[in-house]
Design a protein around this ligand. Structure first.
Ligand SMILES: *Cc1c(COP(=O)(O)O)cnc(C)c1O
Length: 364
């Protein structure tokens, strides 16, 4: 079987370095919010080109902390793509704000920036853009709209570590960004982890307090905060893996390039590659097909593991049954047609060629 994502092999490359880094934390006697977290925050901020990075517990909490620190709550509307992973929406509903869903552009899968303006109301506070599947959202236009209506522009960068838009990396494209370092992301820890990046000094200060019980100083509480702290072990792991992120993203681009050039089958629609290759870090490689179920079975029977990102759109989830009456035809079409084929920084050329060959021989 060619696995969808061989995490074990990815981490095995750095096994010795990771064990040394983890061993150092064990021996240090300090396990939550310490030197490793501080060092990772400095290094990741530098990597993204931003002033501040605040290490937190996971990607959902990173987004939630941004919304909370901006003071959003009941009655506030946040514009967000209807085609995203559920965590983006959960962050908004968790602070009590209202997610206002906007359909994606069918060719990029990202929020259709031409549909954003008509969704802006008196209560709109921010646009929460997602760099879905590893590709930067249409930040130029979104920034311009956000400025015109005095909205914050927030990035969900959980799938796009290292993607570059107009010379700047994700994490530095809006007013604040949330990252996830869940093991399967392009920069993955060995457990849950996340971060907020921002150039906003006040916001950074607030989030530092909010992640740690709302406390600036031990036993003094400025805010009704949370426990959304980052562990030293995960920070130490991330410091090792950050050194290899550029190379890993480059490996992903090479595989994507082969797929884009060599997959040729009338039944399969390939994803659009951005003109500027750096805009995409290919977190996943998503094909579309009208007969997905059959195509997936075919690939499985030929030893190729696939995943659907995602089978049920957020507005059709039981958790958001209040939206069940709304139609988002493009999102629904995508959720019926998408299928992600294997891509990872350690996937061999041989496996990539095999996948291409199998897909090219597919017929109904
Ligand atoms: C993974 C992911 C998140 C959530 O990150 P966790 O660390 O799993 O909480 C948020 N948004 C998107 C787009 C994601 O892919």
């Amino acid at each position: 079987m060619i696995p969808f994502l061989n995490l074990k092999d990815i981490n095995a490359q750095y096994s010795n370095e990771l064990k040394t880094a983890i061993g150092k934390v064990i021996d240090s006697g300090w396990y939550v919010l310490g030197q490793e977290v501080e060092a990772f925050e400095r290094e990741f901020a530098k990597y993204c080109g931003v002033k501040h990075c605040i290490g937190v517990s996971n990607g959902l909490d990173a987004l939630k902390l941004i919304l909370k620190a901006y003071g959003y709550g009941p009655g506030d509307e946040i514009i967000v793509p209807s085609n995203t992973y559920i965590a983006t929406i959960l962050a908004i509903s968790e602070v009590g704000a209202i997610p206002v869903l906007v359909e994606p552009d069918i060719s990029t899968f990202n929020i259709d920036s031409s549909l954003v303006e008509e969704k802006i109301s008196e209560d709109t506070k921010a646009i929460l853009a997602v760099h879905l599947y590893g590709q930067s959202a249409n930040i130029g236009i979104l920034r311009e709209i956000a400025n015109r209506y005095q909205l914050k522009l927030i990035e969900d960068a959980a799938q796009a570590h290292g993607a570059v838009y107009n010379g700047k990396k994700t994490g530095n494209l809006g007013d604040a960004a949330g990252f996830s370092f869940y093991p399967g992301k392009n920069l993955g820890a060995l457990g849950d982890a996340g971060a907020v990046t921002t150039n906003d000094d006040d916001l950074a200060k607030k989030i530092r307090a909010y992640r740690n019980y709302g406390s600036d100083k031990k036993y003094e509480n400025l805010h009704k905060g949370y426990n959304h702290r980052l562990d030293e072990i995960q920070a130490a792991v991330l410091r090792v893996k950050l050194n290899y992120l550029e190379q890993e993203n480059e490996n992903r681009r090479k595989i994507a390039k082969m797929y884009l050039k060599m997959i040729q089958n009338d039944r399969i629609i390939l994803p659009n590659a951005p003109k500027n290759q750096k805009e995409h870090v290919w977190h996943v490689f998503v094909l579309r097909t009208k007969d997905r179920e059959q195509f997936q079975k075919y690939l499985t029977s030929h030893g190729i593991q696939t995943v659907i990102h995602y089978p049920i759109p957020v507005h059709k989830q039981a958790a958001y049954c209040e939206w069940n009456y709304i139609n988002f035809p493009i999102s629904e079409q995508l959720h019926d047609e998408v299928i992600s084929i294997p891509i990872s920084p350690v996937q061999s050329i041989k496996d990539t060629k095999r996948i291409i060959e199998v897909i090219n021989s597919y017929e109904l």
